[in-house]
Write a protein that binds this ligand. Structure first.
Ligand SMILES: Cc1cc2nc3c(=O)[nH]c(=O)nc-3n(C[C@H](O)[C@H](O)[C@H](O)COP(=O)(O)OP(=O)(O)OC[C@H]3O[C@@H](n4cnc5c(N)ncnc54)[C@H](O)[C@@H]3O)c2cc1C
Length: 411
């Protein structure tokens, strides 16, 4: 996205700036570190960007209550470092591409509403959000929720803004639930044919072991990490001591004839970094997808994934895949063309899910997402929050194409 103007107000300048933009009906886009602004539906290029990098303070951390209140632009890395000093963490994955693009801001994370494998145990970002402060395009400020986990007032507003992609208002601060860091962590890696992995995955989802993560990897993702090019299940396990960890390995190994490789927490982190895109340049195609979790092994078996790195959460059915443009490749990843991505989108639909195109080669002409059945409701809410349509013009999650904003030009 090429914005003509990027503004970085301090907290005390924000209100006046937003009011001035409203008086002129000027289009603008809320942003954090602007690390991933262009991903998803295209925003009108002549759009002012308001970055929240001037709002970057930890306002309050209450370790006893397991809550932390943060200004919108606080980097995720700053948050995790501060929490680690108190033996706590925000139970979220590093956003995809963190190796090359950085971890982004806390409000950027909330605004995108995307989560990774830790969702298996800790649920999604919106479930960890317990308070929010926001500013509408007309300069009106609002707060919902609070610092007390039991407080459910304003719950809907928080859910509305988690995944709003900057289209409803600017998030000024968030209060998040924190978690104690597990005393011990390790991984378990199991590779083999899908016919043998699928029953194990199903058993794990129903077992009382509650792994922190149960991730499916495509053979190409395994190969990218230097492993045999076979499907795999990657588990993250937590426990209080060595014996509780050993009990988990034994219980899992008893369920499968396949070899289970125990990973140190450092090795697990290395593999998660590979699944998070490594340090390479951003790929031409970046796809976010979801299916009914019961269909995840079937999706993994689809021929379109040949050579394409794909990671899918076994419990959520949500995942991410990336590839190069036709005639090109991205690192060790293969290439996709728009027809193949359209086929994959149809396949995800058949398996009860969806496919969002976060990034695509110039001229591919695919909508980032398709119309949601609740499009009329989404548009009514948008109008209530942003009557002049100033915010993120052209981009509204759940609305494939917005009147006056044509899709990407065909090549
Ligand atoms: C496992 C995982 C995988 C992820 N994968 C992806 C991915 O593939 N692609 C992706 O785009 N994101 C992904 N995310 C989300 C990612 O966390 C955010 O995109 C990232 O945090 C952006 O940070 P940023 O501060 O640079 O935001 P920006 O790049 O500046 O903005 C990102 C989005 O958030 C909105 N936004 C930012 N700040 C605010 C604010 N204060 N108020 C309202 N809206 C705001 C922007 O309008 C824009 O739509 C993933 C997250 C996780 C946990």
């Amino acid at each position: 996205m090429t914005g003509p103007e990027i503004l970085q107000p301090q907290a005390n300048e924000l209100g006046a700036l937003v009011l001035a933009l409203h008086a002129e009906g000027c289009p603008w886009l809320p942003a954090g570190q602007a690390s991933r602004l262009g991903w998803g539906a295209v925003v009108a290029p002549a759009c002012t960007v308001i970055r929240t990098s001037g709002l970057n303070r930890i306002l309050d951390h209450n370790p006893g209550d397991f809550t932390i209140r943060l200004e919108a632009g606080t980097p995720l890395q700053t948050v995790q470092q501060a929490l680690a000093e108190q033996g706590q963490w925000l139970a979220v994955d590093w956003p995809w591409g963190s190796g090359a693009l950085g971890g982004g801001s806390i409000a950027g994370l909330v605004a995108r509403g995307l989560t990774g494998g830790y969702r298996q145990k800790y649920l999604g970002i919106r479930d960890q959000l317990i308070g929010i402060g926001l500013m509408r395009a007309d300069g009106v400020s609002a707060k919902a929720g609070g610092q007390v986990v039991k407080n459910v007032a304003g719950y809907d507003l928080m859910r509305l803004f988690a995944g709003s992609w900057g289209s409803l208002g600017l998030i000024t601060e968030v209060t998040m639930r924190t978690m104690p860091l597990p005393p011990r962590r390790s991984g378990l890696l199991i590779q083999g044919p899908l016919s043998q992995l699928a029953p194990l995955g199903e058993w794990l989802l129903g077992s009382s072991l509650t792994p922190e993560r149960i991730d499916w990897w495509s053979p190409a993702l395994a190969a990218t990490a230097g492993l045999a090019p076979l499907p795999l299940l990657l588990l993250g396990l937590a426990g209080v001591d060595a014996s509780t960890m050993a009990e988990q390995y034994t219980a899992i190994a008893a369920q499968t004839p396949l070899a289970c490789e125990v990973l140190t927490s450092e090795r697990l982190e290395e593999l998660l970094a590979v699944a998070g895109g490594g340090n390479g340049s951003p790929p031409a195609w970046l796809l976010r997808l979801g299916v009914n979790p019961a269909q995840a092994p079937l999706l993994l078996a689809a021929p379109e994934w040949e050579g394409i790195p794909l990671e899918l959460g076994a419990g959520s059915g949500l995942g991410i895949a990336w590839a190069g443009a036709p005639g090109d490749s991205h690192g060790a990843a293969g290439a996709l063309n728009p027809d193949q991505v359209t086929n994959l989108r149809r396949r995800c639909h058949r398996f009860g899910g969806h496919l969002t195109v976060l990034s695509q080669p110039e001229g591919s002409g695919l909508n980032a997402w398709e119309d949601s059945p609740s499009r009329p409701l989404i548009e009514r809410i948008k109008h209530q929050f942003d009557g002049l349509g100033q915010l993120a013009p052209g981009r509204l999650p759940g609305v494939a194409q917005i009147a006056g904003h044509p899709p990407r030009p065909q090549a």
